[in-house]
Design a protein. Sequence first.
Length: 143
Amino acid sequence: MNTQNQSPSVHRWTVDETVDAIQHVSKNIIEYSSLMRSTVKSLRESGAIPEMAVAIREASFALRDTVNEINLTAKEIQKNKVVTETASAIEDTVQSVRNSVSVVKEMAADASTHLPQSKKAVTDGVVFLKAKHLKVYSKVGVA
């Protein structure tokens, strides 16, 4: 076990081990350099590099054209006020729904004032149908 005064055990290479390691590295450098030269030559002779360059160029043209089409479409939508008119139509629809709800509430209030017995009969009918509905569905395992 190491203490503060002791340094970790370090393997000291001999001269022969150092020479062997350098020779091994040198052989690897030579092998990989030859392999790299061969690979680059094969790529150049096969036409793969120019083919890749042409493919990249074509992809960049397609991207440019797509972006231009999107830009033209966006300008056309803006010019024709599609978004503005759609938003306005939605706003008008929401206001109409609010008005309709208000009218229906008034009608319900008037009906309950003038026909309290009818209101009770309808309420009782709804309660009965809900209970019947739950009973039927619970029998078939749906509820």
